[in-house]
Design a protein around this ligand. Structure first.
Ligand SMILES: Nc1ncnc2c1ncn2[C@@H]1O[C@H](COP(=O)(O)OP(=O)(O)OP(=O)(O)O)[C@@H](O)[C@H]1O
Ligand SMILES: [Mg+2]
Length: 325
């Protein structure tokens, strides 16, 4: 088996409101190897962001997480809050969709970078921190890094802010970068530049990346592995080649059919119906109400995620499809 950097086991997160409990991430297990990119895809609300926040213990106060998050032999679910703060921004870097929510509006870019370095690399003196922060801005190809150092986030364009976020996330040379829709807020050309930059930085540093995206074009270009989520559960996972060219779960097949073709009008071969409310999930397969292949068994019995070929796992009673349809 390949070397493992992160091993998530049976992770569930639920929002608790009085006596009501809504599970939004349901018994999710997966692993990420060093230097690899795992893409997480699925419709809006399926739990991608809450899953990534659960891994770094940044879920909202009303949420509860159970399960194991093993990294280099340490269970992040069990370490102290102080240790977790060291890991966040240390071994694990994070970038989010909207940099303004993560950057401090009243601190200059340079001060924020220096503060992160102070926390995670305390042995540096002030001059070394400054040098390393400017170097970090140069590495993300921010023009005139020395000048940007003294600017405030609102003085930068969206693309520049996202570069600053990446510089912050990479300043401590993380082993794992979690990028939640890192480019959705940017226009298409800037998106492409930022993603190319991330790819280059990953090659230089050897870090692993968990990339959350709606964009299957981005998946095809950047991912090694893909995990497809539906209503809080993993429905399929495998290598990017298998998922894109031989999807087995009816939901994944639907997703692949809904890739908008560039410049064409026949955009969405959308999957009929909507995701059931998480508070009122059917007892069996959660996709059954929308699935064209569903039989009565699907509504009553939850399928388990099982391998159909080595490394390609599907949660459907009928997988592998070619044998069963
Ligand atoms: N603070 C909260 N309180 C209660 N429920 C929440 C909260 N935040 C998220 N949820 C619910 O958790 C579920 C998963 O949300 P999440 O943000 O992880 O989805 P997502 O897959 O990241 O969607 P998107 O693609 O739109 O970013 C959703 O049903 C959402 O309504
Ligand atoms: Mg999200």
């Amino acid at each position: 088996m390949a070397e493992t950097l992160l091993d998530v086991r049976n992770l569930s997160t639920a929002f608790v409101n009085g006596s009501k409990k809504v599970t939004v991430v349901d018994d999710v297990s997966f692993s990420v190897a060093p230097g690899r990119t795992l893409a997480i895809v699925g419709e809006s609300g399926c739990g991608k962001s809450i899953l990534s926040l659960s891994m770094i213990r940044l879920v909202p106060d009303t949420a509860r997480t159970v399960g194991q998050i093993l990294m280099d032999g340490e269970d992040l679910a069990a370490v102290s809050p102080q240790r977790m703060r060291q890991i966040r921004g240390g071994k694990i870097g994070m970038i989010f969709q909207e940099p303004m929510t993560s950057l401090n509006p009243i601190m200059t870019v340079g001060a924020q970078l220096s503060e992160a370095l102070k926390l995670h690399v305390p042995e540096l003196n002030a001059a070394e921190r400054h040098e390393r922060a400017v170097e970090g801005l140069r590495r993300v190809r921010l023009p005139a890094p020395e000048a940007q150092f003294h600017r405030y986030p609102h003085e930068l364009s969206g693309g520049m802010r996202q570069r600053v976020m990446i510089a912050m996330a990479l300043s401590c040379e993380p082993e794992l970068l979690i990028a939640d829709e890192p480019t959705t807020a940017l226009d298409v050309t800037v998106q492409a530049e930022i993603l190319a930059l991330l790819g280059d930085l990953q090659r230089d540093t050897g870090m692993a990346v968990i990339l959350i995206t709606h964009d299957l074009g981005v998946v095809a270009e950047f991912a090694d592995e893909v995990m497809v989520m539906y209503a809080g559960r993993i429905v399929e996972r495998g290598t990017v080649g298998e998922i894109l060219s031989d999807p087995q779960h009816p939901y994944t097949i639907g997703l692949m059919g809904s890739i908008p073709r560039f410049g064409s009008d026949d955009r969405l071969l959308a999957i009929e119906g909507t995701v059931p409310a998480l508070s009122a999930m059917p007892p069996g397969c959660r996709f059954a109400p929308r699935c064209v292949f569903a039989v009565p068994r699907c509504a009553g019995e939850s399928p388990v995620l099982r391998e159909v070929t080595a490394g390609h796992a599907v949660s459907c009673h009928f997988a592998p499809l070619e044998d069963n349809l």
